[in-house]
Write a protein that binds this ligand. Sequence first.
Ligand code: 4NP
Length: 156
Amino acid sequence: MRVLFVCLGNICRSPAAEGIFRQKIKHAGLDHLISCDSAGTSAYHEGEPADGRMRDHAKGRGYNLTSLARHLTPKDLDHFDLILTMDESNYNNTLRLDPEGIYHKKVKKIVSYCKIHDVGEVPDPYYGGTDGFELVIDILEDSCDELIKELETKIK
Ligand code: 4NP
């Protein structure tokens, strides 16, 4: 099972999702069955580590973010089993890479898994303050917990 997290720059939200999910699947004893990665719908930050503010906030919550930014490609839609986007724009831009709609069923908004947070997207924290980064982690923890519960019932 391969899971891909997608945002715009691949330096804030999707690297955080990747780091949080990776730790949680390890904790759940599923790391031999599930792998994950992240990518951005833009190439603006290609090759860069996650934003220092996102890394600091994640570290404060116990997550180590180590990924380097990369651009989402059409091949990713074939390779990954589940592709989770952070907002409406990422969702639409991901679907646009597959004009035939062959892989559309694999693409979902990560907030569709949320149980505690009633939100329509993971808000972009890039131009905001510290609260935005904490909120990103809150929403991602909620959605990853529920996603893992669902995957456990499917693959164990
Ligand atoms: P991300 O955040 O999509 O969560 O990685 C952003 C990173 C960079 C920019 C916007 C959002 N930017 O405009 O450069």
